[in-house]
Every structure is written in structure tokens, then in C-alpha cells.
Design a protein around this ligand. Structure first.
Ligand code: IVH
Length: 678
């Protein structure tokens, strides 16, 4: 074997080893970045020596190009759902009904599994190689999401066998861990985007991303729990099918157990009622299945559900406690967020909850939440604690309406609530409120903006609290000795941070705009502005009229952007950042290539508003698709709008489009427009 082949082998082993540490042991030994370097090296070798590429190489998982839209895949056998039960008696009824259909006295073995709260998936292998992965869709046909499945380390690219069956379909659940939901939501909220409610929604959203690289970042996981269509696979029970899937390389949930009576099943289920919260992923119940395939055959299927399986749903947990105090936190743009403190803390979905956000002043009024109230607390999507309601009957009269502080609790500047706004805000000028500065620095350094390796929340707190950093520009004045003066800062970390800071200088205008906390400008708007103006100077000097001509920039946003760039603090900050050597330009994107890929249809220059809920697209996916075809997604309907794509429950935007005579498209018509036939 030559040197390249040896190294490729070695890299594959290393990558498999680190994947295992990451995904199975949750104990990574190297950083994501170092992991990427291993992959890049392997990818380079394979592209220099194509004969060394193998179908199951880890490089096959990443690097695919974004797809243009989803193909529909018919399921060879329908993907059925399961009938629900909610208590022990319903399970007993079910057991009785099964016994009536089988020989009297016949033994039934039940498999009892966790019901993973994710998205059902069918994955087909042809001659042992991954061929298609599809969502359940309507049960008859689903969306082809193979491009995203390929990136998932849990999904074998090739079956682990020398004699693969010609056709092999497994079914299972794609899911995300709670830790990943928290990680992703943290990034989203820093960007001012709405957090995902729960792991299931995030999983569905991640599967619907067109760009597999983005999807890979979500770190989707898989458990398989059923066979679909298989050829030449002699399997007689559920137990055997799980063993076979495990042998072929699929992740099978380790918590499946078997019981030979429904009472045994019921007892076992009860043990999971609270234990389930110790799992790193969400479950919304248990699934009970008849083990024997012969019995399944005999029992058959109703029009909707198999008779041989039932889901048992856990009840949503609530707890009652006292709201004893409201604390106020200051966000990056100065918004004050009220946070409720509970006494006693309550156990909910596996964690102890002692606080919950009350969102804003308006929400507190709407729910009439007062200090001293007895409140019902629930975990929204089992993750974010919420005050559901107040037990007004328990009021004693001693409860106090919460008054927002007149001065910012961090910097002491006066606070203000504008008419019509749900928020109270700190009015300190930019850079003068420590609370705001910390949030601004987080926004700046986060991965989607300037991506400064090592500059995380803890370090930012330390830097601001010690006074070493008082603004974004101070980041670029950091040096070794300043960093080493911090507690628990080692030579190597300091070096890494400085390298990260240096590397960030070349991120370019789009990411810079996404990082500098311009009001009403999140990533997609940063991209639009950077593509429109190409240099910071052009943008910073554009007047309101010019800004208003940019699609998606309404009068309010134009005014906010203009005011931002006119403020002295910002003018100075930009001059300082320029001085520090930051790149403040962006290349114009070439959109013609993408357009050609979808039957030559281009949306070049077309302004498109999307409203209502769509069946096949998530909002950000359709917007990236529009952008990739040269169009401009916009948030509001105006005379400049070319098309409105209206989904279900479209509201005022649809009315406005009709009023202005804007062409309204259904989701199918949109697909036809771009040359994709649904
Ligand atoms: S078996 C015909 N097993 O629950 C039976 N489903 O409401 C096929 N699910 O669509 C499904 N964990 O998305 C099965 N251990 C498990 C499951 C499971 C989660 C989901 C699946 C299914 C839904 C049924």
C-alpha cells in the first residue's frame, strides 16, 4: 500500500474513533475544528487519488451541495402510525381485544420500547448501499432527505455484511438530544431568531434544510425500530429484527424490554414515568408491540393502525409553586427581560426548576402575574419552563404587581417603554451598559457571525467584568499579557484565542454586519445588505431613501439602520475596526449557476414574500432557495413585491397582496414557477 492509501486508512480509523467518542460516549477528545481538519485531509487525499475513495468513507457524509428542493418518494409499504392509549385500563382493553383474535390461552410476548419524540424515517439500502432516506409524509409518500441523512454518523452508508440483501428498508426515528436543542437555541436567540419549541420541531426543521452542511451542524441522531420492505431476510420476531439491525450497523435503542403479560407491561411502563427524564433525548411515551411476526400477521391492520402495536402517552408534567421574586436581565439591545424565581423550586421533566422567563412587560400584564402569586409551571416542549397561569383563587391580597425598575439594574441609566412596545429598555448609549456589552460581544463572536474560536460566554463575562474589554473593538486590542492576567487562563488557551481573533479579521462584510448588533438586522438581512452595498462605507453612508429601495427594508428598518450608522459611537467603532484590519467588503454572489440547476428558471431580481404555514418548506429553507435562485425574500408586501407565496392560515399579508394586485402563488405554483414539479 502506498503512503496515501495508508494515511487514508489511518484517517478513516481516527475519524471513526472520534465519531464514536462524540456520538456514543459523549466524551470528545478533540475540538470540532480538529475533527474537521482530519476530514479535510481525507477529502484531499480522496480527490487526489479517486481510486482510494470508498462508498462508506466518512467523506461521503459531508460536503454535498445543497439540493434545490425535495423530491417525493412513495413508500413501498405505507408508514402507519400507532393508536394511542393514555392509561393502564386502555392497555388492558387492548390486550383483551388481541386475545379474542388469537387462539384462546395463547401466550403473547410484548416488546416494550421508548417512544422517541422525533421524526419517523424510512431508510432503504440497495445491494447494501444507502439508497434513499424519506420522511413519513402522509404515510403513503414522504420527502427525500437522503442528502441530510448521509451526513448523520448514526446512519450506516453501507450495511455491515459481506452478503447484503438486494433490498433492505429500516424504519426508525431521527431525533436530537436536549443538549443540542439548547445549543442551537442559544445560537438562535443570540441572533434574535425564535427558538425551537422542542427537539421534535428542531429535528423536523433540520431534516428540511436544503443544505446538508447546515443540517450536519444540527447533529441529528437515529434509532431504528422496525423493518420495512426487505428481501431474503428470514426474521420471525421483533426481537430478531432488532438484533439483525444492530448487527448490520444500525443504532438500536438499548432500553427495549419484553414482558409476557399486559400487567408486566404496565408495571414496566410505570418505571419510565420519571426515569425518562434522565435520558438525553425526549420521549413522549412508550410503544408496546406484539413480538411474534406470526401473531402480527394474524392480528392484521385496521385502515389506520396495526392492531399489534399501541403507543402509551405520558401526561405533560405541571407543578405548582410560589413566584417569590422577579429579576430583570438586560439584553444586547438593552431590552429588559423579567425572570420569575420560584420557591420552592419544583421538579419538572427531570430537572429542578427555580426560575422561568416571563418574556416581557406585556406578557406579565396579559397573564396578570404578580409577585407572591401561586403559579402553575410547565415545561414548554419539555424544555423551557413557563408560567402557564396564576391560581388567582389562592390570592391573599398581599400579592404585588411588578413594577419595572426606572433605572437599568446593570448600569443605572434610565429605562423606558415606548408606546405600543411590549418591552421596557435600558436607554444607556451603546457601550456604556455592561449587560448590553456582554450580549453584544456574544453576538459578535458567535459562530454565525465573526466565529471567534475560544471567545465564549464565560470568557466574555471575565473580560467585561475585569474591564479588559469594554467594546467590540477592544477584542482586537487583546494581547498575550492581558489574557494571561485573567484567572485560570493558560498560555495555550491565550494563544488560541489570539489566533481566533486574528482569523476573524477576514470574515468579510456579511458576517461583520451579522455581528455588530444593528437593530432589525439578523443574518439574512446582513446578507441582503452586504450583497446590495458590497462595502461597509457604501452601506454606512446610504441614506434612508436608498436603504428603503433595498428589498425587505421597510421604512422602519431603513430609519433604524440609518440611525445606527449615524451614531458617533458606531462611526468610531467602524473606524477602529477598519484600523484593526477587518475586511469590510463582500464579493457579489453569482446566482446564475443555481438558476441553471433548476431547469434554467431564475428568480433574478424578483421580490418574494412568503406567508402562512407551508407543507414542504420551512421558512428559512424557502428563503434560502429563493436567494439561491437570485430572488429576494422579503418580510413585507409592498408595491415592489413580485410574488406572495401563501401557505395555510395566511393572514394580513395575503389581504394586502390582493389589495395591491400582487401575484399570489400556492406552494405548488411556486414549485412550478421554479421548474420543480410537485
Ligand atoms: S413503531 C407500525 N416504535 O411514533 C408501527 N414507532 O405514533 C411503526 N415512534 O410514526 C412505528 N418511537 O414516528 C415505533 N419505538 C418506536 C417508536 C415509534 C417513536 C414514533 C414513530 C411513529 C409514531 C407512532
Amino acid at each position: 500500500m502506498n503512503a496515501a492509501a495508508l494515511r487514508a486508512n489511518e484517517l478513516r480509523k481516527l475519524i471513526a474513533y472520534h465519531n464514536h467518542l462524540y456520538y456514543t460516549d459523549a466524551a470528545p477528545e478533540i475540538s470540532d475544528r480538529d475533527f474537521d481538519h482530519l476530514l479535510q485531509e481525507l477529502r484531499r487525499i480522496e480527490s487526489d487519488h479517486p481510486e482510494l475513495a470508498t462508498p462508506d468513507s466518512p467523506t461521503q457524509r459531508v460536503g454535498g451541495a445543497p439540493i434545490d428542493g425535495f423530491q417525493t418518494v412513495p413508500h413501498r409499504i405505507p408508514m402507519l402510525s400507532i393508536d394511542n392509549t393514555y392509561n393502564a385500563d386502555e392497555l388492558r382493553d387492548w390486550d383483551r381485544s388481541l386475545r379474542k383474535l388469537l387462539t384462546p390461552g395463547e401466550r403473547i410476548d410484548y416488546a416494550v420500547e421508548l417512544k422517541i419524540d422525533g421524526v419517523a424515517m424510512s431508510i432503504t439500502y440497495v445491494n447494501g448501499l444507502l439508497s434513499v432516506g424519506a420522511t413519513r409524509g402522509d404515510g403513503e409518500q414522504g420527502d427525500d432527505v437522503t442528502h441530510n441523512l448521509r451526513t448523520m454518523p448514526d446512519v450506516p452508508l453501507q450495511l455491515k455484511t459481506d452478503q447484503p440483501p438486494h433490498l433492505f428498508e429500516v424504519r426508525g426515528e431521527v431525533y436530537l438530544t436536549r443538549a443540542d436543542l439548547i445549543r442551537i437555541n442559544r445560537l438562535r436567540s443570540e441572533r434574535g431568531e425564535k427558538p425551537y419549541e422542542n427537539c421534535r420541531n428542531l429535528t423536523a426543521g433540520s431534516l428540511k434544510l436544503l443544505d446538508p452542511k447546515q443540517s450536519a451542524e444540527r447533529r441529528l441522531r437515529l434509532f431504528t425500530y422496525a423493518l420495512g420492505v426487505v428481501e431474503d431476510v428470514p426474521i420471525v420476531s421483533h426481537r430478531d429484527s432488532l438484533a439483525l439491525m444492530a448487527k448490520l450497523g444500525f443504532p438500536v435503542n438499548p432500553h427495549t424490554e419484553y414482558r409476557d403479560s399486559i400487567e408486566g407491561v404496565i408495571e414496566h411502563i410505570a418505571t419510565w414515568n420519571t426515569r425518562r427524564h434522565d435520558l438525553p433525548y425526549d420521549t413522549d411515551g412508550m410503544v408496546i408491540k406484539v413480538d411474534s411476526f406470526a401473531q402480527r400477521e394474524q392480528l392484521g391492520t385496521t385502515s389506520k393502525f396495526p392492531r399489534w402495536a399501541r403507543a402509551y402517552k405520558f401526561a405533560a408534567e405541571q407543578a405548582v409553586t410560589k413566584l417569590v421574586r422577579v429579576e430583570v436581565q438586560v439584553g444586547r439591545t438593552g431590552k429588559l427581560t423579567p425572570v420569575a424565581h420560584f420557591d420552592p423550586p419544583v421538579r419538572l421533566a427531570g430537572t429542578t426548576v427555580s426560575r422561568a422567563t416571563l418574556h416581557n412587560a406585556e406578557e406579565m400584564t396579559r397573564k396578570d402575574i404578580r409577585v407572591g402569586d401561586t403559579v402553575v409551571v410547565e415545561k414548554a416542549g419539555e424544555i423551557i419552563p413557563q408560567v402557564v397561569r396564576v391560581e388567582t383563587a389562592a390570592r391573599t391580597g398581599a400579592e404585588q404587581i411588578f413594577d419595572f425598575p426606572l433605572a437599568c439594574p446593570i448600569c443605572g441609566a434610565p429605562t423606558r417603554r415606548d408606546a405600543g412596545s411590549p418591552f421596557v429598555v435600558c436607554t444607556a448609549p451603546r457601550g456604556q451598559c455592561g449587560g448590553q456589552v456582554k450580549r453584544q460581544l456574544r453576538q459578535f463572536a458567535r459562530r454565525e457571525a465573526m466565529d471567534i474560536e475560544g471567545l465564549g460566554e464565560k470568557l466574555i463575562d471575565q473580560l467585561v467584568d475585569t474591564g479588559l474589554v469594554q467594546s467590540i473593538t477592544d477584542i482586537y486590542q487583546l494581547d498575550r499579557s492581558k489574557l494571561l492576567s485573567l484567572e485560570r487562563m493558560g498560555e495555550k488557551s491565550a494563544q488560541n484565542i489570539l489566533e481566533g481573533v486574528t482569523q476573524s479579521k477576514d470574515r468579510g462584510l456579511t458576517r461583520l454586519l451579522a455581528g455588530i448588533s444593528i437593530p432589525h438586522v439578523a443574518e439574512s438581512m446582513a446578507d441582503i445588505l452586504a450583497q446590495e452595498f458590497l462595502t461597509m462605507d457604501a452601506l454606512a453612508t446610504a441614506d434612508e431613501t436608498r436603504l428603503g429601495q433595498v428589498e425587505g427594508v421597510g421604512p422602519e428598518r431603513a430609519k433604524a439602520i440609518r440611525e445606527y450608522f449615524q451614531s458617533e459611537a458606531i462611526v468610531n467603532m467602524i473606524a477602529d475596526l477598519k484600523e484593526a484590519g477587518l475586511r469590510m467588503t463582500e464579493e457579489k454572489r453569482d446566482t446564475s449557476a443555481n438558476a441553471a440547476a433548476v431547469g434554467g428558471v431564475s428568480l433574478q431580481g424578483k421580490t418574494i414574500v412568503v406567508t402562512g404555514s407551508l407543507q414542504r418548506y420551512e421558512r428559512n429553507t424557502i428563503e434560502s432557495l429563493i436567494k439561491s435562485l437570485g430572488g429576494k425574500p422579503s418580510g413585507s408586501v409592498s408595491k415592489k413585491t413580485d410574488y406572495l407565496v401563501a401557505g395555510e392560515k395566511a393572514g394580513s399579508k395575503l389581504d394586502k397582496a390582493r389589495e395591491l394586485g400582487v401575484t399570489v402563488l400556492t406552494e405548488d405554483e411556486f414549485d412550478q414557477l421554479i421548474g420543480k414539479h410537485p
